[in-house]
Design a protein around this ligand. Structure first.
Ligand code: CO
Ligand code: CO
Length: 330
């Protein structure tokens, strides 16, 4: 669902006053809810599932699980338990379903979590994902909002999965050519989250369906803070640029663009490609982390990064709420 429709529906819910144990609820654009169990323990809960974006069932299972687990990491939490959510047409055969679930289970185990159960529904199109429960130190929750002027913005995975999966569906790309992105989508955001906590990050979210611009806009309060993005510093999966040039844009990119255009300032010399990549919906994208420039060394030194995350922008004080795109063109 696009960001505009979701906002409309949520406004119709008669939520009333929330209980005081609700540390993070529906009133903020956060990745998961947090419920305080006692002074030292917050429960983090999230759910996510979707239709296959690759043909290989095992890889699909890995990606869907990594994507669902990511919202726990985006809150600074540790996954504890997971439940499978499955829609599946029996005609595809149980072997395929088993492979999807095996891929998911591998990621649940890698996250150090335990699969407790699940629910399966007969459906025309397969869908898979997880409901995940995690724990978080109530004093160290990584919220979407909390960045301050002067903070750097780091992105921990490349962009382009929406464009690439559209190309894969249209047979303009093979699964082998898409392998770096498949590998990236299956990767847990666990290490990125650990580094963000070690570096005392001010804010964090993950990049998923609303694209880079959409999730970054969630990091900005109603007024007073904006973010400048450096277009040429955006990390990209291989082939993203070629596929975007061929017009391989998912429908979600247009919904995201229509909803967000008012908050995004694009320079007039900006190459069309960057417009596409800003709004491209991502699957199991990286973490967007706001941290003080002093904390960058700690962030990098916490881990041996195989692919060092890019600093893609910085936050600055401003009247309104704006994503400003900087483009050097050279
Ligand atoms: Co999220
Ligand atoms: Co989510």
């Amino acid at each position: 669902m696009g960001p505009e429709d979701l906002e409309k529906v949520l406004r119709l819910l008669p939520l009333g006053e929330s209980r005081e144990e609700v540390l993070v609820g529906l009133d903020t654009p956060d990745d998961a809810g947090v419920f305080l169990l006692d002074a030292e323990l917050g429960l983090v809960q999230t759910v996510d599932f979707f239709t296959p974006i690759v043909d290989n069932p095992f890889r699909f299972g890995q990606i869907a699980a990594a994507n669902a687990l990511s919202d726990i990491y985006a809150m600074g939490g540790t996954p504890l338990t997971a439940m499978n959510i499955v829609c599946f047409p029996c005609s595809l055969g149980m072997d395929m379903l088993a492979e999807i679930l095996q891929g998911g289970l591998e990621k649940i185990k890698q996250a150090g979590a335990t699969l407790l159960g699940g629910h399966t529904v007969d459906d025309e199109e397969p869908k898979y994902g997880l409901a995940v429960t995690g724990r978080v130190d109530p004093g160290r929750i990584l919220r979407s909002r909390g960045a301050i002027a002067g903070d750097l913005l780091v992105l921990t995975k490349p962009l382009g999965t929406g464009i690439l999966s559209t190309a894969l569906k249209g047979d303009f790309l093979t699964e082998a050519e898409m392998e770096p992105a498949i590998e990236g989508m299956a990767e847990l955001n666990r290490d990125a989250s650990r580094s963000a906590l070690a570096a005392g990050a001010h804010a964090c979210t993950d990049v998923t369906g609303f694209g880079l611009a959409g999730h970054l806009s969630n990091m900005l309060p109603e007024r007073g803070l904006s973010c400048r993005i450096h277009a040429e510093q955006l990390p990209l999966y291989p082939k993203t640029r070629d596929m975007a040039a061929m017009g391989m844009l998912p429908a979600g990119a247009f919904k995201n663009r229509d909803f967000l255009m008012g908050w995004v300032a694009l320079p007039c010399n900006l190459e069309d490609f960057y417009r596409d990549i800003l709004f491209d919906p991502q699957t199991s994208g990286g973490l967007l982390i706001a941290l003080s420039p002093d904390a960058l060394d700690t962030f990098y030194n916490e881990l041996d990064w195989s692919r060092r995350p890019e600093v893609i922008g910085e936050f600055f004080e401003s009247e309104g709420r704006l994503i400003e795109v900087n483009y050097e063109n050279g």
